[in-house]
Design a protein around this ligand. Structure first.
Ligand code: FAD
Length: 382
């Protein structure tokens, strides 16, 4: 594995950092407070290609491999202070658009991918249900075969982008006897399909600019060609989409941690207490040293996990280890960063408390840290 950055990748990284820093950071504090998703900013991300990074260029994507996608997302997280917007773009790209690119029929790809890549359409991944989060094997949503297609029934919750999405990637049981593996199928459902409604919208502790909600399916008819992949192939599509989300979404957090570190070093050099810069105190400098070390390990894990997505049969364990490590590193880094700013860190205006709230979500979405440990233990034969 060679993760040296090519001149082309360097240009991509610098262009995304410049774009995000210049275009995406206005009014973040008030948008976070009022839970406002800014469609104009989303559209700008679409124009920049962020909504289609890893998608084949013939469908309007940037055609990047997974490692370049990881580098691009790190640059996005570095430049963009709106962590909710970053999260919404990543959920759209990694858990919805990538699976369509990989498993879609020619017709599905021709019809849907260009609008997903440009950002005209927003996508939502709908797996979690009120009673089945960590254990999606027990899902209750059903897709019953009828003349010409399927009738979808069920309720999904905590669906990122749900309240604003144009298209949903929905998982439902097509054969209860077969269970999760072989009994679940994936469907692409337009949000204006009769019987498909957005239910409750949730207020979140963090990532507040990323809308999240409940999706209700009441006898929603979907034609047979709306199925993504084969009948019963939903579990495989879902697992692979989680590998991509776990491996690549956290790259954005690496970029965010890097930006926090640079700001904290500068503050530690200039904030004076007791006649010296606070960074002269070992308690502060060691915190910064730990932050730097976590970022180094995180970046290498993210690149390695991205590489594994396309080159290794160990992609799933790599993705889980990477998601586990970086989400906890991000949470710790956000806490350390806040402490370095003292009282200022606790004030909303200084923007540091937001990272503590936002980073906490990372240890829950795409499977909690406990679940990542379960998956890793499973690979160890336990
Ligand atoms: C910000 C955010 C965005 C999300 N976006 C989406 C989305 O776009 N689409 C979607 O489908 N879902 C989404 N989710 C849902 C997310 O995947 C689930 O919340 C998560 O998988 C946990 O499920 P749960 O909330 O039902 O908790 P539970 O499964 O009820 O777990 C509760 C606690 O028990 C622990 N636990 C449960 N089972 C085990 C076990 N077997 N071993 C050890 N510990 C266990 C968990 O770790 C946790 O601490 C999102 C969640 C959040 C917070």
């Amino acid at each position: 594995m060679d993760f040296s950055v090519s001149s082309e990748q360097r240009e991509i990284i610098e262009a995304i950092k410049r774009f995000a820093t210049r275009e995406l950071n206005q009014d973040v504090i008030s948008r976070d407070k009022d839970q406002i998703f800014d469609r104009k900013l989303w559209d700008k991300c679409g124009e920049m290609g962020l909504t289609g990074l890893a998608i084949d260029s013939e469908y309007g994507g940037m055609g990047y491999d997974a490692v370049t996608t990881s580098m691009a997302l790190e640059a996005f997280g570095y430049g963009c202070h709106d962590n909710g917007l970053v999260f919404s773009v990543c959920a759209h790209l990694l858990a919805c658009t990538v699976p369509i690119n990989k498993h879609g029929s020619q017709k599905q790809k021709n019809e849907i991918l260009p609008d997903l890549c440009s950002g005209k359409y927003i996508a939502v991944n709908a797996m979690t249900e009120p009673d089945t989060g960590s254990n999606p094997f027990a899902m209750k949503s059903t897709a019953k075969a009828v003349e010409g297609g399927y009738l979808l029934n069920g309720t999904k919750i905590f669906s990122t982008n749900g309240p604003i999405a144009d298209i949903a990637l929905v998982y439902a049981m097509t054969d209860k006897d077969k269970g999760f593996h072989g009994g679940i199928s994936a469907f692409l459902v337009k949000s204006d399909t009769p019987g498909f409604e957005v239910g409750q919208k949730f207020e979140k502790m963090g990532l507040r600019t990323s809308p999240i909600g409940e999706l209700v399916f009441n006898d929603v008819f979907v034609p047979a060609d709306a199925m993504l992949g084969a009948v019963g192939g939903g579990a495989r599509i879902f697992s692979e989409s989680m590998d991509w989300e776990r491996a690549c979404l956290v790259s954005a957090h690496v970029g965010t941690m890097q930006r926090l570190l640079e700001g904290a070093i500068s503050y530690a050099r200039t904030r004076v207490q007791g006649g010296q810069a606070i960074g002269k105190n070992q308690a502060v400098s060691h915190r910064l040293a730990s932050m730097r070390t976590r970022i180094e390990a995180s970046r290498l894990m993210a690149l390695s996990a991205a590489w594994a997505l396309e080159n290794s049969r160990m992609a799933s364990i790599n993705a889980s280890m990477t998601k586990l490590f970086i989400s906890e590193a991000y949470q710790q880094t956000a806490m350390d960063n806040l402490q370095i700013y003292g009282g200022n860190g606790f004030m909303v205006e200084c923007e540091h408390e937001r990272y503590v709230r936002d980073s906490t979500g990372c240890t829950i979405y795409s499977g909690t840290s406990d679940i990542q440990r379960n998956i890793i233990a499973g690979w160890l034969g336990l």
